[in-house]
Write a protein that binds this ligand. Structure first.
Ligand code: S3P
Length: 172
C-alpha cells in the first residue's frame, strides 16, 4: 500500500509525472483538480468565477480530506495552491504519506506557463511583462508550504521518466 502525494507550483509537471509514475509503479493516479471538477460538474476556471477563490479553497480542502480518509493506495497530484491553504500542508507530513515537492525554477515555470496560462485562473490575465515577476513573488510566498513535503526534487531540465524513477528510488 502506498500513499504518494505530489505538490508543486502550476506547471511543475505534477500531472505528467503522476501519470508516468502510476504506469511504472502500478499505483492508481488521481488529480485533485479533476476530482473537484467531477464532484462539482464545473471546471476550475468556472469555480473561481462563480464561487470565488475563498470558497474554492474550502471545497479543495474538503475534497482532499475526504479523499485521504477513503483511499489507501494512490498517487495524488494536488493543485499548485493546495498545500498553502486550510492547513493542508499538515497532510504532507502524515506518517503514512510519501510527499514530494517537484521544485522548478522561476525561469522554467515562466517558460512553461506562458503558453498555457488561459486555463489557469490565477495567471490568465497577466501580460508578458509582469508574468515572470508575478511567478517569482508567488513562488516565494508559497515556498514555505512546499518545503513541508518530506522530499524535495529538483525538476529543471529533467525528463519526466528521470523524475519518476527518482521518486520510485525514494519509496520504501
Ligand atoms: C492553482 C493551481 C491549479 C488549480 C487552481 C489554483 C494555484 O492547479 O488548483 O487553478 O493556486 O496554484 P495546477 O497546479 O494543477 O495547475
Amino acid at each position: 500500500m502506498q500513499k504518494i502525494v505530489l505538490i508543486g507550483y502550476m506547471g511543475s509537471g505534477k500531472t505528467t509525472i503522476g501519470k508516468l509514475l502510476s504506469e511504472k509503479a502500478r499505483i492508481p493516479f488521481y488529480d485533485l483538480d479533476e476530482i473537484i471538477e467531477k464532484k462539482s460538474q464545473k471546471t476550475i476556471s468556472e469555480l473561481f468565477l462563480e464561487i470565488g477563490e475563498i470558497k474554492f479553497r474550502k471545497l479543495e480542502h474538503e475534497t482532499l480530506r475526504d479523499f485521504l480518509s477513503k483511499q489507501d493506495d494512490f498517487i495524488l497530484s494536488l493543485g499548485g495552491g493546495t498545500p498553502c491553504y486550510a492547513n493542508n500542508h499538515l497532510f504532507l507530513q502524515q506518517e503514512d504519506v510519501a510527499s514530494f515537492y517537484l521544485k522548478a525554477s522561476v525561469k522554467e515555470l515562466s517558460g512553461r506557463l506562458m503558453q498555457e496560462k488561459k486555463h489557469r485562473p490565477l495567471i490568465a490575465k497577466l501580460d508578458d511583462a509582469e508574468f515572470e515577476e508575478f511567478i517569482a513573488k508567488h513562488l516565494f510566498d508559497r515556498s514555505y508550504f512546499y518545503h513541508k513535503a518530506k522530499n524535495v526534487l529538483s525538476v529543471d531540465g529533467k525528463e519526466p521518466s528521470e523524475i519518476a524513477n527518482e521518486i520510485i528510488g525514494k519509496l520504501a
